[in-house]
Design a protein around this ligand. Structure first.
Ligand SMILES: *Cc1c(COP(=O)(O)O)cnc(C)c1O
Length: 443
């Protein structure tokens, strides 16, 4: 121990003693004591550039003035703490705004929750209860949340410790980079299911990620989702779009499903909606959302503080046209990443939409075989050592994922790129040990 050091345990050590492993998904040792903009302050004072935006939840970064101001104002004069017991102004205004900016037909309603997990869960229960149909369709690799109902319609490998719900049909998500199942093959499989073991009149809803994020940052082939939605809607199956990670401007359009030219029946928002505060929303047709009273109740959901923050987030995205910013900066970021391909053999593919970007790491460009998960973890670890944080996704744990705050600047993007470049090189030069990353390969 150096002179002057005390025996005070670090934040990371204290965390290890008291926080449950079941609630952790750690990709590097970063322990945070503060933040501003796209920067997190690490214990000890170092500034770290956040290219993950805490999994896209920090849509406007940290301590954005509009969010601070709105949440503080709402806290100073709290209009109750429960939307289910009393209407409050920010919740009603946010609902009005979400309906205004989200395309859809007929009378619709908004339900608020705390997380993407509970909003998808609510969608499952509403769809089943209002239609009387019991079955669901979703995708292998999809992540719709981590409470029972939303887990039960997910197909991520991290969910294999819990059984999916009875009667769930999991389809492959067509992956243009590893085209094991083409869009046509998946549609054909669905037709075959409908004609045989899964009569469509038994299916309440299909859950769709308009860009599969946790399953590997996969951009669907053109036309696939529109054809899929058309097939389902023809049979009266509700199309639920999960915009939790890629919605509200991140994809370069306000809604990611707008890239695909179909109209969902229900839309789920989360993560970035609250700008870091717990907030989610489900939009659906009034005939479903009003089918019963006292059906989906969470006491503090839609509370005036979280919804005031959400309103400030949405207003800022609209006022500052952050969807267009995401489109422009994201495409420059992807160009920059593609510029690294010549120097790093392990980059197999760079893909994404706007500021939802994946770098697929391969051990062999010909076969497109994924790298070992430890390689991905080492790139992330080395980048953290160099002052940048992000995480990985994919069923083979081989895709670097970038979902930075939508306020990321060109300079920050370039600084991030140069760290990614160096991290890739350093890992291939063996600068990170297996032992260093062992605690950070959690899924
Ligand atoms: C993160 C995520 C969820 C779950 O949201 P939580 O806020 O973690 O409950 C649901 N769907 C998608 C697509 C997500 O990325």
């Amino acid at each position: 121990m150096g002179q002057g050091r005390t025996n005070t345990p670090s934040l990371r050590e204290r965390d290890a003693r008291v926080i449950a492993d079941i609630g952790r998904l750690r990709f590097n040792p970063l322990a945070v004591t503060g933040g501003h903009g796209c920067t997190l302050i690490e214990e000890g004072g170092r500034e770290v550039l956040d290219l993950s935006g805490c999994a896209g939840s920090a849509s406007l970064g940290y301590s954005h003035p509009a969010v601070v101001e709105a949440a503080t104002r709402a806290l100073r004069n709290m209009a109750g703490s429960s939307l289910l017991l009393h209407p409050n102004t920010p919740a009603v205004e946010l609902a009005e705004t979400l309906l205004e900016i989200t395309p859809g037909q007929g009378e619709r309603r908004v339900w608020f929750g705390h997380s993407g997990s509970d909003a998808n869960d609510c969608a499952v229960r509403v769809a089943r209860s209002a239609t009387g149909r019991q079955r669901f369709i979703s995708f292998i690799g999809s992540y719709h949340g981590n409470v029972s109902g939303s887990m039960a319609v997910s197909g991520h490998t991290a969910m294999t410790h819990t059984l999916p719900q009875a009667g769930l049909v999991l389809l492959p998500y067509p992956d243009p980079y590893r085209p094991r199942f083409s869009a046509e093959a998946v549609l054909d499989l669905l037709d075959y299911q409908f004609a045989t073991t899964c009569p469509p009149e038994q299916v309440a809803a299909i859950f769709i990620e308009p860009l599969m994020s946790d399953g590997g940052l996969i951009v669907p082939p053109p036309g696939f989702l529109a054809a899929l939605a058309e097939r389902c809607q023809r049979h009266g199956i509700l199309v639920v779009v999960d915009e939790v990670k890629v919605g509200l401007g991140r994809s370069g359009l306000l809604h990611c499903f707008q890239h695909e030219g179909f109209q969902p029946d229900m839309v789920v928002f989360g993560k970035g909606l609250g700008g870091g505060l717990p907030l989610s929303a489900l939009i659906g047709p009034a005939r479903l959302m009003d089918h019963a009273g006292a059906f989906a109740l969470q006491t503090t959901a839609g509370n005036p503080v979280a919804t005031a923050a959400g309103l400030a987030v949405v207003q800022t995205i609209l006022d500052e046209k952050l969807d267009r910013h995401a489109a422009r900066l994201g495409s420059a970021f992807m160009d920059g990443l593609r510029g690294l391909v010549a120097r790093h053999d392990i980059i197999g593919d760079v893909r994404g939409r706007g500021l939802a970007i994946g770098v697929d790491l391969v051990s062999d460009r010909e076969t497109r075989a994924p790298v070992a998960p430890s390689i991905t973890a080492k790139v992330i670890y080395r980048a953290w050592e160099l002052g940048v944080t992000f995480s990985y996704v994919g069923l083979s744990a081989n895709v670097l994922e970038f979902t930075p705050p939508l306020i990321l600047t060109d300079d920050q993007m370039r600084a991030g790129l140069s760290v990614i470049d160096q991290a890739l090189g350093d890992v291939m030069d063996g600068k990170v040990s297996d032992a260093a990353v062992a605690p950070f390969m959690m899924w």
